[in-house]
Design a protein around this ligand. Structure first.
Ligand code: HEM
Length: 488
């Protein structure tokens, strides 16, 4: 009898252990792994292939419970789409994944890349540069640059499809220079070279990520890819040096700065705050200032133009939505007046359109965090030292969004209870290290769209777009082109 009881206890203990083990076991591997090289053949290729496979990975990841593993040779990457697990990781892991080291030759130790200890301090010092009071003083620039864009579009009115992305990128570069960086830029050749170098640098980073044997700085140092990257970096840094030099001479030479700003307002570019902190408190050295400027330039031109590109294409593909946006703009702004800060909060349907566009076309599709210690999730425990990617674009396709989750439906943002909550919507990232430029981006994009939509009727077909993943989500063919007709 005693032996039977002992056996039952032993069986129960074994069952509990198995259950616990299953719970804490590593997440399952996604299908398609090859011996030795793992999932490399699945992702190997250009940005389009990576984007397509990332979308497959999202579906497969949901099929196995929301968290899974992929391997590139010896490198293990956890991929997470489950909203609770993403939140746990974003709120407990403050360090950026080592993969962000690839970006450092470009943007150094900036807010985006720095270690948590450094970031905490820098964030406290620099966050005021994005306060609502300062952002409000940027409205003049948002308006004047939007009017410039409308004028540039004019030559395409009634002339068939054209690539609006080129205009949007130059426009965004001007905006970030004239606001956060405080300089009006006139050298359009430098701007074009900069945009080309930025694209090419992101391409080299993606290639390095896929070819895992170049992850180590020692092997990468010998590669042709690094030589190519170094040449592009020279162009990128030429731009940030030029911006800094110009602002310094304007500030310290007491020249008239930023002419379009209403006198008496508290216009204070991010770069002025950086320079003041470095002079008054020794908070940043020259290298650190350049790094922050480099990231501002990158963030400013790599994000909002992409989001505007997709929003315009979606509006062009949904004439009924576009007409509702137009009516709202007419109602709020009337005639041809500039958008004022109070108007922005009244453009609610437009805001819903932008939010829905960012949900469907998540400009920064994934972010990554370093696992410094084991992290316990709902059903698994992630092991310290491995890479961890949070698929923001995956959150936006979660079934909780409903059967119309692949469709463009801005109305969902206006119906109480229809949007499932913060955990499944994160175009600007998650946790404490989310986007510092979120409000800047929304204000700037809404102003641009208000000017463009009230001037032109857009036509487009979003189903023709082919997209690629190159750190941000970009168009890859001419399927994103729009046609415009002047509104009378
Ligand atoms: C549609 C526009 C934008 C999108 C979708 C976007 C998205 C993001 C995301 C997802 C992150 C988090 C990165 C991570 O966790 O690794 C981030 C960080 C950041 N973004 Fe943005 N961004 C946008 C516009 C901007 C703009 C216009 C600026 C500058 C004016 C900016 C400045 C930054 C900075 C400085 C960080 C680093 C924040 C930190 O770690 O403290 N972003 N952004």
């Amino acid at each position: 009898m005693f032996a039977v009881v002992l056996l039952c206890i032993a069986c129960f203990a074994y069952w509990c252990w198995c259950r616990q083990r299953a719970k804490t076991a590593e997440p399952p591997s996604l299908p398609g792994a090859w011996p030795l090289v793992g999932h490399l053949p699945v992702f190997f290729g250009d940005g389009c292939k990576v984007w397509n496979q990332m979308n497959n990975a999202i579906d497969q990841c949901y099929a196995v419970g929301g968290t899974a593993t992929i391997n590139f040779g010896p490198i293990t990457i956890y991929v997470v789409t489950d909203p609770d697990d993403c939140d746990t990781i974003a709120t407990t892991c403050m360090e950026k994944d080592p993969i962000y080291e690839f970006v450092k030759p470009w943007v150094g130790e900036s807010l985006f890349t720095s270690r948590y200890e450094v970031w905490k301090n820098d964030y406290k010092l620099l966050n005021p540069a994005f306060s609502q009071t300062i952002l409000n003083t940027f409205m003049d620039v948002f308006n004047s640059e939007s009017r410039k864009l409308v004028k540039e579009f004019e030559k395409h009115a009634g002339k068939g499809p054209f690539d609006h992305f080129i205009y949007l990128r130059h426009n965004a570069l001007n905006i970030i220079c004239r606001t956060a960086l405080g300089v009006g830029f006139t050298d359009s050749n430098l701007a074009s070279d900069y945009l080309h170098a930025a694209d090419s640098t992101l391409d080299t980073m993606l290639e390095r990520f896929i070819k895992f044997w170049w992850h180590s700085p020692y092997t990468f140092a010998w590669s042709k890819l690094k030589k190519k990257q170094d040449a592009y970096l020279k162009v990128l840094h030429k731009m940030s040096d030029a911006v800094l030099q110009k602002r310094k001479s304007e500030l310290f030479g007491n020249m008239c700065v930023e002419k379009n700003i209403t006198p008496g307002t508290k216009f204070k570019p991010f770069v002025d705050i950086l320079l003041e902190l470095s002079i008054e408190k020794g908070a940043f050295n020259d290298e650190q200032i350049r790094a922050q400027v480099d990231f501002m330039l990158a963030a400013g031109h790599e994000t909002t133009p992409n989001a505007l590109l997709y929003t315009m294409v979606l509006l062009g593909s949904h004439p009924d939505v576009q007409e509702k946006v137009f009516s709202e703009i007419q109602e709020v702004l009337g005639g041809n007046k500039d958008v004022e800060k109070m108007d922005l909060s009244r453009l609610q349907y437009l805001e819903a359109v932008v939010k829905e566009s960012l949900r469907l076309f998540t400009v920064v599709p994934q972010i990554a965090r370093k696992l410094e210690k084991d992290v316990k999730l709902k059903n698994h425990t992630l092991s310290a030292g491995k890479h961890c990617a949070l698929l923001l674009c995956g959150l936006h396709k979660n079934s909780i969004w409903g059967p119309d989750r692949y469709e463009f439906n801005p109305e969902r943002w206006l119906e109480p209870g229809k949007v499932p909550g913060n955990l499944v919507y994160a175009p600007f990232g998650l946790g404490r290290r989310q986007c510092i430029g979120k409000t800047f981006a929304m204000m700037s994009m809404k102003t641009t769209l208000a000017h463009v939509v009230r001037s032109y009727r857009i036509k487009a077909d979003h189903t023709k777009m082919r997209l690629k993943y190159v750190v941000t989500l970009k168009p890859d063919n001419d399927g994103h082109y729009i046609s415009i007709e002047k509104r009378t």
